[in-house]
Ligand binder design. Sequence first.
Ligand code: AMP
Ligand code: MN
Ligand code: MN
Length: 340
Amino acid sequence: MTITLTDDKRKAAQEVADTLGAARYIVLTTHVNPDGDGLGSEVGLAHLLRAQGRTVVIANPTPTPARFDFLFRDLPELDRSREAVRAIRKADTIVVLDIADSTRLGVLGAEVSGRQVPVVCIDHHASPGTLPAGPRFVDPSVAATGELIYEIAVANDWPVNTSTARALYVALMTDTGGFRFSNTHPRTLRVAADLLETGIDPESIYLDVYATAPEGRPRLLAATLETLVVEPEYGLAWVTVPPGAIERYGVTPDDLDGVVEHPRSISGVRLAILFRELSQGRIKVSLRSVGDVNVATFAHALGGGGHAKAAGVALPGTMAEVQAMILTAAREYLSNTNGS
Ligand code: AMP
Ligand code: MN
Ligand code: MN
């Protein structure tokens, strides 16, 4: 173990453990379209809690993408997302991971807010969120929520076995884009090193997460990259998922993970955007930035959120309406933000 914790963090981590130690039926949940950090943090925490003799299940607002099924191999009954509302109603303690805002809990938002039970929040987003009161373990400076789960284990002397380590490594690896993004701090790599010390195999984890794609994933990527538009004068580039493409290629929104890195990779681009039509006449806007452009501020002003270099928002309207609005705002934002 190579990391140390501040007294404040140690105290907060112990408060979380006290709340969970008193619980009889713990439900873990994360944001809609769960990602590697949300799922890895849930599975890692579930292993830790089971080792402490707790009863724990996972119940997410939308299904687990197939590429993360491997995380559940040694916990067959853990994922109750198909009956998530029922699980939340049965919980005597709820843990919300990788999000602090009840609106991003989809159908579970109202359920979680309506229960009169402790709601623990473990998260690394900057926004304070709208969850009911409960113990908080929040730190926007860490790369992934999985890092916070590791800190909770360290603070409470909970042993980290290989199953826990694998899940938390997935959380760190996915939220840092394979330890490449600007959120990859020395401490992130120290935590990753501690996890590898347990004996997990980084290559097999990489293959499980990234190299088991359905054929539709590269086809969806190709169709989406066809739509690329670049405006060098603003440092702006965007791509649009063609209508119906996800269904046509037999894939899920999770298969779009990383697509927005392509417009971001263009020399001179400071803001990259991926547009995707959600059901119910809403458009999802994924924002990625380079240098000192802060997309969290941009997304927040529109009702979304995220991190300085990776943020998002969902807006009502047609694709044409939302694109016109976002692109106008983006050009203005970029004009007012000096390149670095
Ligand atoms: P994504 O573009 O979906 O990969 O999300 C990038 C970051 O923005 C993540 O940290 C999300 O939590 C955040 N984010 C995405 N969509 C929203 C939204 N509708 N509201 C608030 N935050 C969002
Ligand atoms: Mn996430
Ligand atoms: Mn995260």
